[in-house]
Design a protein around this ligand. Sequence first.
Ligand SMILES: Nc1ncnc2c1ncn2[C@@H]1O[C@H](COP(=O)(O)OP(=O)(O)OP(=O)(O)O)[C@@H](O)[C@H]1O
Ligand SMILES: [Mg+2]
Length: 380
Amino acid sequence: MSDTIGILGGGQLGKMLYLAGANLALDMHLMDSMSDGPAAKICKQYHIGDFMDYDQVMKFGRDMNVVTIEIEKINVDALKDLESEGVKIYPQPHLIAMIQDKGLQKKFYEHNKLASSRFKNYKTIEDFKIDLSKGEWTLPVVQKIRKGGYDGRGVNILKTDSDFNTAFQADFLIEEKVAIDKEIAVITCSDPSGNIIAYDPVEMVFDPVNNILKYQIEPADINAEQVTAAKDLAVSLSKKLGIVGLLAIEMFLDQDGEILINEVAPRPHNSGHHTIEASQCSQYENHLRAISGLALGDPATMTPSILINLLGEEGHVGPVVYEGLNEILSISGVHVHIYGKAETKPNRKMGHITITDSNIDRLKEKYETVVKTIKAVTKS
Ligand SMILES: Nc1ncnc2c1ncn2[C@@H]1O[C@H](COP(=O)(O)OP(=O)(O)OP(=O)(O)O)[C@@H](O)[C@H]1O
Ligand SMILES: [Mg+2]
């Protein structure tokens, strides 16, 4: 009999996991407190429950053979206890706990001699100021809260003394500011026997004005040695962690051509959405295969792709409509994913679009058309 798989989280990543698992008729249950989130609309075995709550995670997990996550902000104590009761938990709870804390993540890279920017953990800004005055740091530096940051919300650049007034007060780390040439990401997937696959690197291209992700492209505009180095670094990190399932590794290529690990996520990741259409086997399907002991799928790229997040337009809050949807649906190689969130608000992730074409110039032309045509807005 096949495993009963429990997935904590019913957002868009939960929805896409569920869709991938449905192809293999896997027995999947999801839990999320949202009763109308992206996965709730399609998943039959949907449990309303809070994945931050110890008792609710225990109750949900006890009926499963294997439990996984689509978000790392979950109750790890419950996952540790479920693991000791014999439920398989992938990724393993001690790894989720470590990854939840950017200070511990950085210590792991340092301890294992994996390339990453210099850092130090601090409790107060006063402590940092002492080190600064001793010459241990020179401004600008990057301040990050250790826990709970996402979408850049826990990241601050400290350029001058006046920035200390607005610095984060929670436990934080300071990192050397990397002279970034490109931001890239590699996703790996490991099974319990130690087999591992790695997808080709994607490149994140940011808007120089507002620093929001413009698009992601695969292949990344890096040379063959850099592709190999990025994948080798990702595989080496995944092996050292001993993680089962997906690991998304965000990296910087610095202006000296060196590749540094920025941070990781132990789950399906935005930087792997394109694998649904552009790879032989998607990140979602590979994760489910890995955690349920099925053979891993081929990560090979089938076509170049560009991915954009479909974000809620500025100035629009309320029930969503998608302007320009029909126009882009008629373009060959435009793959639209609407997450099914009822309400839009500025910059909310409402969906994503993967654009494919064997020719990079045509791919970029299609991207230009798509980006100026589709809008997530409220009815006027
Ligand atoms: N040490 C650094 N040097 C230079 N820039 C950095 C550094 N660390 C982070 N950044 C910039 O800040 C961005 C966000 O940082 P990070 O990925 O650590 O935060 P996050 O909140 O987890 O973001 P997200 O959820 O978008 O991945 C990076 O993509 C990069 O552009
Ligand atoms: Mg990041």
